[in-house]
Design a protein around this ligand. Structure first.
Ligand code: ADP
Length: 655
């Protein structure tokens, strides 16, 4: 193939413009990105070679080499990984394939300063080479291809790039950076060693550099200050040395890994640019042996609600990378967890299908789930400083202090997903229930656990009361709460979309039943005294004829009509039967275009209310009945079936 010119995809061009024109606060990340690509390329080769060892040719030892030429002003990153065909080079180095990177580009504001900072944290893969280079040459040959099928790709990082075939004796990829004048500092052994130490120590692949000597033969000692040591300068010796630790981060002992290294590793595997909230790193021994390094991100990704979203776990078998997004290793409700599992037992040629069936995998999934739950329990335990005293925070260990507020942060981002586990993972239901937090009629923030609630229950209260609604405001102001407010009984306010569904699976906490205040007949049990009960019964008795008429008038809308002592200020409210679907859930299903049974609610009226008292003998009885019903529907977030008719009725009465 002779020389061809191709244009970059529009997004790439946009990105490149930014990379080359922005002030750069964190230039050196280009090396991390290119080494990471080289390492991925070696992982890919190793994986393909599992079924075709001929791909290794005579070079089975995978490695990355860094070299520079001060005179030519080049820095070269060479790997003997999978390489690229001409078409792959055109596709991969001319477009943005990764959705993560695309999202990232879409977040760019156009403001150079803040964008530059974003890129600095995120990294933009291959294109970050243009931070330090005004031209990049890539020479690459796909493993398994012949030397005649080598490819050269060249670009100045503006609108287009050139591709041609060349003769290349070896497989793999060399990225040759033609350094900008102001980036010549990277053509320096110490500088490169320092950056590799900072970002790429955990890369399991050896990164090599040619050893240098002083011209007179004296070996230089480790020192960052090359300048001014000896005249004559340094020469290359032809001998290559490994400059990184070359051990996968998760295989190293915890005590040897700094928080910063953990966070860096997280950023690499997750493509998140924020540090993780927390992590857990363990070697699990026993019938199934594996290492787990699991992270909880600080922020939820945009596609969190996509239940088909891939899990964030990378699977390795004996340090060989097997696959990304191994969904079998983590239940769906923990799909936000990122990390690595390295198994000692699984076969290297394990497929996704095989993973689903493997007993080892099942054990790993259970183990990982338990670990994540323990990690969350620990955060939850230390979320709030012990109450009653400010001094206690002084006694808290640094470690515990760091955990203050962490669980609330986690819960705000991922709490709703966690709730899916109630219906998905019955084995851990009890543990999950303890991790739930809600707002309540007495606490505005989402911070109340079932245990907190129970500790505040009134004497004689024998249920945990809750209400579900579309919004916090709707929940707080719903008529069903009136008597609870009057009596000072706390009610949990549930406003997540999954609440209703999730609560189907939880009937009680620690032996105390959960009771919706919008379901079933009103019964406060011992919380109501005899006098109140008697008064309610009397009211029901005297109200009977009116109720019968109401039932008749509303027979198409209401399942039943009855009096209640649930209400204080409102004339009426709607409730559903104990085992019925709530009106809110039915509405939600309908909105989502799903089949939902027609819910016919029960209308409950407050016999003490002036409007209700007026009913008896009113000439407007029929209109009033419908208005009562439709208003009750409005109050709980619904819409009258015939809004125009409702407006007409109200207006008729108003005038
Ligand atoms: P990402 O690594 O996120 O996919 P990059 O822009 O860094 O994005 O790279 C784009 C693609 O180019 C990679 O996915 C890979 O297919 C290919 N690529 C980059 N560097 C190499 C390399 N050293 N060897 C083989 N392929 C590479």
């Amino acid at each position: 193939m002779s020389k061809q010119t191709h244009a970059f995809q529009a997004e790439v061009a946009q990105l490149l413009h930014l990379v080359t024109h922005s002030l750069y606060s964190n230039q050196e990340i280009f090396l991390r990105e290119l080494i990471s690509n080289a390492s991925d390329a070696c992982d890919k080769l190793r994986f393909e070679a599992l079924n075709n060892s001929a791909l290794f040719e005579d070079a089975p030892e995978l490695q990355v080499r860094l070299s520079f030429d001060k005179a030519a002003k080049t820095l070269t990153i060479t790997d003997n990984g999978i390489g690229m065909t001409a078409q792959e080079a055109i596709d991969h180095l001319g477009t943005i394939a990764k959705s993560g990177t695309k999202d990232f580009v879409s977040k760019l504001s156009g403001d150079q300063k803040s964008d530059a900072q974003l890129i600095g944290q995120f990294g933009v893969g291959f294109y970050s080479g243009f931070i330090v280079a005004d031209k990049i040459t890539v020479e690459t040959r796909r493993a398994g291809a012949t030397p005649a099928e080598g490819v050269r790709w060249i670009s100045g990082g503006t609108g287009d790039f050139e591709v041609e075939t060349i003769e290349l004796p070896k497989r793999g990829t060399s990225v040759i950076l033609h350094l900008r004048e102001e980036a010549l500092e990277y053509a320096n052994t110490w500088k490169l060693k320092e950056i590799v130490g900072k970002y790429s120590d955990h890369i399991s692949l050896p990164i090599l550099m040619e050893k240098e000597e002083w011209k007179d033969g004296e070996l230089i000692e480790p020192n960052n200050e090359e300048g001014g040591r000896q005249p004559g300068g340094m020469v290359k010796t032809g001998e290559w040395e490994t400059i990184n630790k070359a051990s996968a981060l998760w295989t190293r002992p915890k005590k040897d890994i700094t928080d910063e290294q953990y966070a860096d590793f997280y950023k690499q595997i997750s493509r998140d640019f924020e540090a993780p909230l927390t992590w857990t790193h363990n070697r699990v021994e026993g019938s199934t042996e594996y290492t787990q390094l699991l992270y909880i991100p600080s922020k939820a990704p945009q596609d969190l609600w996509n239940r088909d979203k891939k899990a964030g776990i990378k699977l390795y078998v004996k340090r060989v990378f097997i696959m990304d997004d191994a969904e079998a290793l983590m239940p769906s409700y923990l799909r936000f967890v990122k990390g690595v599992v390295d198994s000692a037992d699984l076969p290297l040629n394990v497929s996704r299908e095989l993973l689903q069936e493997s007993r080892d995998v099942k054990a790993i999934r259970e183990g990982c789930t338990k670990r994540v739950l323990s990690m969350l329990e620990d955060l939850a335990k230390h979320d709030k400083a012990p109450e009653a005293t400010d001094d206690v925070t002084d006694v808290l260990s640094e470690e515990d202090k760091a955990k203050l507020g962490q669980y609330s942060k986690f819960y705000a981002e991922f709490g709703a997903v966690l709730k899916e586990g109630l219906g998905e993972d019955f084995g851990n239901q009890a543990r999950l229930s303890k991790l739930l937090r809600f707002a309540s009629s007495t606490h505005d923030t989402v911070s109340v656990s079932f245990a907190d609630y129970m500790a505040r229950m009134k004497d004689g209260q024998d249920a945990i009361y809750y209400i579900t609604a579309d919004t916090l405001a709707a929940a707080k102001n719903s008529p069903q709460l009136e008597v609870f407010k009057k009596k000072g009984i706390e009610v949990l306010l549930m406003t997540d979309r999954v609440d209703e569904w999730a609560l189907n699976f939880v009937n009680e906490f620690d032996g105390t039943p959960l009771q919706s205040v919008a379901k079933g007949a009103f019964d406060l049990g011992k919380l109501q005294d005899e006098e109140e009960k008697k008064a309610a019964e009397d009211a029901a008795e005297t109200f009977k004829p009116v109720l019968a008429k109401l039932k008749e008038a509303l027979k198409d809308k209401a399942e039943d009509v009855r009096v209640t002592s649930r209400l204080v200020d409102s004339p009426a409210c709607l409730v559903v039967t104990d085992d019925g679907m709530s009106m809110q859930l039915a509405r939600m299903l309908k909105q989502a275009g799903q089949q939902a049974p027609e819910v016919k609610p029960v209308l409950e009226v407050n016999p003490e209310h002036a409007l209700v008292k007026k009913l008896d003998g009113s000439v407007h009885f029929h209109d009033l009945a419908h208005i009562l019903f439709d208003q009750a529907l409005l109050a709980e977030g619904g819409l009258p079936a015939d809004p125009a008719a409702y407006v007409k009725r109200v207006n008729a009465l108003l005038s």
